[in-house]
Write a protein that binds this ligand. Structure first.
Ligand SMILES: *Cc1c(COP(=O)(O)O)cnc(C)c1O
Length: 394
């Protein structure tokens, strides 16, 4: 009998991470200091985007993106039902209307054909944007979404929370990293402890658009800027003679306090240094699951070995899902279900969403189960998981 609990996901904190946090705690800045910029630059470099904006969490990143893109009450935005609720909620924060489109049952990702059907069935301008999600770590083909978005004048926010380090291959055979800003207007990441890079809480927005970058930098901190070039009031008003005085600042938009602290940035930065190593381990774990079960019929959808997959989750689909879930729990293996379709959450049912609206997402939900997947999962523990699953199927 296995005595320790094996969770589905878990952070990995090293001595170097602890030192990085301690050093920052002993420095002059707990927040609004130099670690933020350092983390932003390193992260932008990691995903291959021009700009990065560190924020309090992934949900704040989504909210700020909707504000920066001017989502207004009644604006319709399309997203997938198989994601964490925040991917849809951000539209509601701005009063917009969430329109769900079904997933592709093979990739579990937002089905571009379903999105196209929605767009074709209404007049141009009805929809404002699309929020595709790199679900479980599998990169969305954003090149295809961009083409569609151009046709209909839509923006794209890529929810890359599951996929730092993930990529897809575009039509010119180029690797396109998740969050690199080439096809999406904006992308977001989360540093919650179950995600690839842990900072306790934390988030990042990436983009190649300078205008959006400047807007987001203000919105993250109350809509305030200290950049002289952006000031709207005159020097005289500000109380200066030739130049703006040093105390001067302007609140230009209704922003929030969605800042990350410097000690969280220090932890994120330290973790980022090991991101590729962690990704390599995740891919090895996925390969081992796949090789153990490749002839079983529950190996489908995303459970293969997929190029560019960042393996935030390793999902299989089984007939007796509750049975397997309980059997694993009895052996202290805490598998998890990702996700209960968002459109069937009581909050979204009030807008008329109901069973049968998203058949592929709903069928997927009945069978999906995410097996433990995190870089420090030992060979021994994975063997135990494999054996426990084998016993269940015998
Ligand atoms: C974790 C997650 C979020 C939200 O991130 P938080 O940092 O927890 O606010 C949004 N979307 C997806 C797909 C996520 O997995």
């Amino acid at each position: 009998m296995n005595e320790k609990v094996i969770p589905y996901g878990k952070q990995d904190i090293t001595e170097a991470d602890i030192q990085a946090v301690v050093e920052t705690l002993q420095s002059d800045y707990l927040t609004q200091g130099p670690k933020i910029k350092e983390f932003e630059e390193a992260f932008a470099d990691y995903v291959g985007a021009k700009y990065a904006i560190a924020v309090a969490n992934g949900t704040a990143a989504l909210h700020l993106n909707c504000l920066a893109l001017n989502v207004k009450p009644g604006d319709k935005v399309i997203t997938t039902p198989i994601t964490f609720a925040a991917s849809a909620n951000c539209i509601r924060y701005c009063g917009g209307e969430v329109v769900f489109a079904d997933i592709d049952p093979e990739t579990y990702l937002l089905d571009i054909e379903k999105v196209r059907e929605l767009l074709e069935a209404s007049s141009k301008g009805t929809y404002k944007g699309i929020i595709p999600v790199d679900f479980a770590g599998r990169a969305v083909d954003l090149e295809a979404f961009r083409k569609l978005a151009y046709e209909y004048g839509l923006w794209i926010i890529e929810d890359s929370c599951h996929s730092p380090g993930g990529y897809f291959i575009d039509s010119t055979a180029q690797k396109q990293n998740c969050g690199n800003g080439k096809y999406a207007d904006l992308a977001i990441f989360s540093f919650h402890p179950v995600k690839h890079i842990a900072a306790g809480e934390g988030g990042m927005i990436t983009t190649n658009d300078k205008g959006l970058y400047e807007k987001l930098m203000k919105l993250r901190t109350h809509g305030i800027t200290k950049d002289e070039d952006l000031y709207e009031n005159s020097v005289e008003f500000a109380g200066g003679e030739i130049d703006y005085p040093a105390w001067y600042m302007e609140m230009q938009d209704l922003g929030y306090n969605y800042r990350l602290t410097d000690f969280q940035a220090a932890l994120g930065l330290s973790q980022l240094k090991r991101a590729d190593e962690g990704l390599g381990k995740r891919r090895k774990i996925a390969e081992k699951y796949f090789n153990a079960f490749k002839n079983q019929k529950f190996i489908k959808g995303q459970s293969g070995v997929i190029e560019g997959h960042a393996y935030h989750l390793y999902v299989i689909e089984v007939e007796d899902r509750l049975g397997l879930y309980n059997h694993l729990r009895e052996n202290k293996i805490f598998a998890q279900i990702h996700y209960i379709p968002t459109h069937l959450m009581p909050y979204y049912r009030q807008f008329g969403w109901k069973e049968g609206d998203m058949p592929h997402a709903e069928t997927y939900y009945k069978h999906c189960i995410s097996l433990p997947m995190f870089p420090t999962l030992s060979d021994e523990d994975q063997e135990f998981i494999l054996e426990t699953i084998r016993i269940f199927f015998e």
